[in-house]
Design a protein around this ligand. Structure first.
Ligand code: CA
Length: 746
């Protein structure tokens, strides 16, 4: 009896002692912090003084208690900036971090914030809340890191703001290591995941839970009430690679990619709300593996197809290795609304390897309304293993599935929650539930940090600077200009002696061909794109006549040094001449280290170019140099190649590169290179309405995925017809060639 009483006393006295000792340490220096953190008791608070903390590798270590965490917080939320070479590691248990802003720097290690100090020192029962990470990227976008790495168990990241991750590596990852307890039980909720531009390679996921190696065990993590805004990094927005997870009540807004149940079984994806607004490649949910439940989701305006269909049920690989595709079994897809969506695909990815169709699965009470009313439900495998019941599709549909999918005209009305529902009460039970409450963008993340505006280049939004020809005037004018400014050139000749660095959104405009402003340059490049650079050229003539007589000149060069952000180049009504004083003189050359989001060329002329007008060669690892190239209404005469785009590797994680060439004239081009346009590993190509004369053929090589190549309505005069090759696909080349006309002998 006495000893039991004594035991209670020890516990009670210890709690009392802890309560008595709980205190706050306001620290003003890294040394103060290191001292304070050595003596923390449950309930203690370390407060970082307002201001900038530069080059601060924070190790926050301690043992709090349930209901009495040890707290690291900002003196004022949003006024403590962690900058430079900085990161944060948590170790111990019952830790709470809040109010910090990471920006103007990058992590010197592989994580910005890690729930562990080292392999043997994880953090559990710990929480990050109201933390901001804003463009905290290394200077080289190919360097891989993660912003948040979960280790340990029962950790939480909530009400935080993540924006502008441009480099390789998932934004937030649940790491599940061999030998650790498999049951993670982490929570990721009420966060704002802001814009993440296309990475141009695998590794641009916003959230990943696990990896294939550990995927057959359950993580039991929850991702709910988050807002995903333009998360375009790659084909997987959320990559689930473990079992027993819940993805619920999230809003996915204008994000390229899908929620992908890539590995692991028994996951629940419910009550998520997708708004694609017709943006290309906006996907829904992709289903692989066993016992997945996809129910009560709302999807509107999704333009994705194939793997990025609103619902994509994949074919599996018989006896699949752990890192390939396990057969879909016992999937339940019910009560989802798919409104104004481009595609639903059953048996996606079916090929010689992925030959195992879905088994024992059900597709019930879904509301299907396609773009312009017509549902495009593609069946690419044997679907005897999917039972259909109680589904309704819009009347105009041409789907060959009729059993279990009733067809009728459906009138929709927008409800007070902002979502569309059928007016007819007789079909009120079909589709997504009425009580969905999409989280508002303004209510996600933190209240005290602004959310980003549109991400379009700011061309023409600033002042106009008039410039007359003289000495080094152009370079000086660009150096002085602010982002968004336009430099307007008077007629005359501008000789540029050294490369002009473009590190803001700059427009350089000439008066047009009637009274030309001509730029010449004496070095191996005229413009060099640097971090933050966006360049628009219009109404100019650019001559390479004074460039060095050595190979490798480039008018616009991206990637002299690695960059963190991607960039845009626009060219309209510009004439390029005399770029042939030496071999390999390119107009625009970009590399994976300086990724171009978009290169747009319109109404321009290129004459005597020894290299490529657009040169974007990828590396062997599947990184490529440009997401999208659009060329229209232009003239190419005696150019080495109109475009050379390549993407190596066998990865299926990106939507790019994409290429279009329309309504253009190509004359005596590509002869030395053996191709006038050379595309390899390009995902989408549209070449139409052009006239090729006395030129080398178009040369297209397809690698993995389902490339969409359309070459239609072109005239090939004394020019061989296009050559399309397949590297891996077994079967005839998959390009759509139509309405092309061959004229004259080749
Ligand atoms: Ca991926």
């Amino acid at each position: 009896m006495g000893s039991i009483w004594l035991g209670k006393c020890v516990v009670i006295c210890a709690i009392a002692a802890n309560q008595a000792e709980a205190k706050e340490h306001l620290v003003h220096s890294q040394a103060d912090f290191a001292h304070a953190v050595r003596q923390l008791q449950p309930g203690d608070i370390v407060t970082l003084a307002d201001g900038e903390w530069r080059d601060f590798r924070i190790l926050f270590q301690g043992h709090g208690a349930p209901g009495k965490p040890i707290v690291l917080r900002a003196q004022t939320k949003g006024r403590v900036f962690i900058t430079g070479d900085s990161n944060l590691r948590l170790a111990g248990e019952y830790l709470l971090v809040s109010g910090l802003v990471f920006r103007d720097g990058h992590s010197p290690t592989g994580d910005v914030i890690a729930f562990r100090a080292s392999a043997n020192a994880p953090a559990s029962h710990s929480r990050l809340t109201e933390v901001v990470i804003d463009r905290f990227n290394p200077p080289d976008r190919r360097k891989e890191d993660r912003w948040i790495s979960f280790y340990g168990q029962e950790n939480r990241v909530d009400h935080s703001h993540f924006e502008g991750k441009n480099n390789a590596g998932v934004t937030l990852a649940v790491i599940r290591e061999t030998g650790q307890p498999p049951d993670d039980r982490h929570r990721i909720d009420h966060n704002y995941f802001g814009p993440r531009p296309p990475l141009g390679a695998n590794g641009g996921e916003t959230i990943r839970i696990g990896t294939s190696e550990q995927s057959l065990s359950d993580s039991h993590s929850i991702v709910e009430d988050n807002y995903f805004d333009r998360c375009d990094g790659e084909v997987e927005i959320i990559s689930v690679k473990s079992g027993g997870n819940i993805i619920r009540n999230n809003v996915i807004h204008e994000s390229q990619g899908s929620i992908v149940l890539r590995h692991g079984n028994g996951n629940l994806v419910e009550r998520n709300i997708f708004f694609g607004n017709g943006k290309p490649h906006t996907g829904g949910i992709r289903i692989i593996n066993a016992r997945q439940i996809v129910r009560g989701n709302y999807m509107e305006g999704l333009a994705g197809t194939d793997f990025a269909s609103a619902i994509a049920v994949m074919n599996g690989v018989p006896n699949s290795p752990i890192n390939r595709y396990h057969q879909v079994q016992d999937a339940l897809i019910e009560g989802n609304s798919l409104i104004d969506v481009a595609r639903i695909t059953l048996g996606a990815g079916a090929d010689a390897e992925r030959s195992a169709p879905p088994l024992r699965s059900r597709f019930e009470r879904n509301l299907l309304i396609g773009r312009a009313g017509e549902v495009d439900l593609r069946v690419e495998t044997d679907i005897a293993g999917i039972g259909f019941a109680g589904n309704i599709q819009s009347a105009a549909s041409v789907s060959r599935l009729t059993n279990g999918i009733d067809q009728r005209s459906i009138q929709l009305a927008r409800a007070s929650n902002g979502l569309l529902y059928p007016v007819d009460p007789a079909i009120g039970a079909v589709g997504a539930p009425r009580d969905l409450k999409p989280i508002a963008r303004a209510d996600s993340g933190v209240a005290w940090y602004p959310k980003p505006a549109a991400t379009k280049p700011a061309f023409g939004t600033g002042a106009t600077i008039e410039l007359a020809p003289s000495g080094d005037a152009l370079r000086q004018a660009v150096a002085r200009a602010k982002g968004g400014d336009t430099i307007r050139l008077s007629p005359g000749r501008y000789n540029v002696d050294a490369p002009v660095t473009i590190d803001r959104a700059i427009t350089i405009a000439g008066p047009g061909p009637a009274a030309p402003a001509m730029l010449t340059f004496a070095r191996s490049s005229l413009f060099q794109i640097a971090e933050g650079g966006q360049l628009r050229l219009e109404g100019l003539t650019i001559s390479g006549v004074h460039a060095p007589a050595a190979p490798g000149n480039v008018v616009i060069r991206g990637g002299m040094s690695p960059m963190a952000s991607s960039y845009t180049v626009e060219i309209e009504n510009v004439r390029f001449v005399n770029l042939d004083g030496a071999p390999g003189f390119d107009v625009i050359a970009t590399t994976p280290s300086a990724f171009a989001d978009h290169i747009a060329i319109r109404s321009s002329r290129f004459e005597n170019v020894s290299g490529s007008v657009v040169a974007a060669r990828g590396d062997g690892d599947g990184h490529y140099g440009v997401e999208q190239v659009d060329i229209a209404a232009s003239i190419f005469r005696k150019v080495g190649q109109v475009a050379e785009l390549s993407r190596g590797g066998r990865d299926e994680s990106s939507f790019g590169p994409r290429f279009s060439l329309r309504d253009s004239d190509i004359v005596e081009s590509g002869l030395a290179a053996g191709a006038s346009v050379r595309l390899s590993g390009v995902q989408i190509a549209d070449i139409g309405g052009n006239r090729f004369t006395d030129s080398a053929p178009i040369d297209v090589t397809h690698s993995v995925g389902t490339p969409g190549t359309r070459i239609a309505g072109n005239i090939f005069r004394h020019t061989p017809m296009p050559a399309v090759k397949e590297l891996y696909f077994r079967g005839p080349p998959r390009a759509a060639l139509a309405g092309n006309v061959a004229e004259g002998a080749n």
